[in-house]
Design a binder for this molecule. Structure first.
Ligand code: F3S
Length: 291
């Protein structure tokens, strides 16, 4: 049985940078706090926790003083920086540059559209750290839309600027865009609508969507490796499954089932932008023992 790992799967550059900063920080100290999960992957989290990384939530963060805290790639709202300053917390800021650019853009468009009573719409997952960071840029004055059912929260007679969380699917974004446009046109009764569309899905995610579609077609069976909490993991897994029905989701090698590989000749192993390459290698190695 041939077992191949998708060379392009694994950490995006934003996650690589965050983990690099965490490891460098841990070389200088025994313990380093990280605000939220550094990456939505339990195996990688455990590896870093063994080195001294301590994951904290925002409640605990508020009560810390005179220490160092790592900000992960998802970014944070301005409130976090304010608390850090007040409590003499040194931030190691691993916010991904792509997320920082998006935060700036949300602020800029909010200022611009505010006088016209416009609305900022963010296509994303409510409660997700990146989305919290984006909404925080405009003091909560943004509408989060996870699917078309949420569109009823929008006033279609007013101007709209649409953004996306960086890790959402292109298809989902396009569906939301189309639906908003249709409803605005219906509301106005003509084509004269004030609708700005900012496709802010990260290139690392959108390119991977296209490339995974090609990868999964080449194998009898696909094993997709990801943490269960990873947003882009769920989304990329669904894309693989839509192209190759024999796609299985695992978080680690212990979740593999020998039965899946019976009478199969080729296996492709791939993963999310939050999946470490070493974990895919472990999974691939165990699969090769099944043949
Ligand atoms: Fe940054 Fe894109 Fe990764 S936004 S954290 S490089 S998925």
């Amino acid at each position: 049985m041939i077992v191949e790992i998708d060379e392009k799967s694994g950490f995006c550059f934003g996650v690589v940078n965050a983990i690099d900063l965490a490891e460098k920080g841990l070389e200088k100290t025994d313990n380093l706090y990280c605000l939220g999960d550094i990456v939505h992957n339990n195996e990688e989290m455990s590896r870093l926790e063994e080195k001294g990384l301590i994951t904290i939530n925002h409640e605990k963060f508020k009560n810390l003083k005179n220490t160092k805290v790592l900000i992960r790639a998802h970014g944070e709202p301005p409130e976090t920086y304010k608390i850090a300053e007040e409590n003499n917390i040194e931030l190691i800021d691993a916010s991904c540059p792509v997320v920082l650019k998006l935060q700036n853009s949300v602020r800029k468009y909010h200022q611009e559209i505010y006088s016209r009573e416009g609305q900022i719409i963010i296509y994303g997952k409510k409660g997700h750290a990146e989305v919290n960071g984006l909404v925080g840029q405009v003091d909560g004055d943004a509408i989060i839309v996870s699917d078309t059912e949420d569109l009823d929260k929008i006033d279609f007679s007013k101007p709209i600027v649409l953004f996306s969380q960086t890790t959402k699917s292109l298809e989902g974004f396009e569906e939301i865009r189309r639906e908003i446009e249709n409803r605005m046109k219906l509301n106005k009764g003509d084509n004269d609508i004030d609708f700005t569309v900012k496709n802010t899905i990260c290139g690392a995610v959108s390119n991977r969507q296209k490339q995974l579609r090609d990868f999964v077609k080449k194998y009898d069976i696909i094993v997709f490796v990801s943490g269960v909490k990873s947003s882009n993991g769920k989304m990329l897994y669904n894309i693989c499954k839509s192209e190759n029905e024999s796609t299985y989701f695992v978080s680690n090698k212990n979740e593999l089932n020998k039965e899946w590989f019976k009478n199969r000749e080729s296996v492709g192993v791939c993963g999310a932008t939050s999946t470490p390459f070493w974990l895919m290698e472990e999974v691939a190695e165990k699969i090769s023992f099944f043949s």
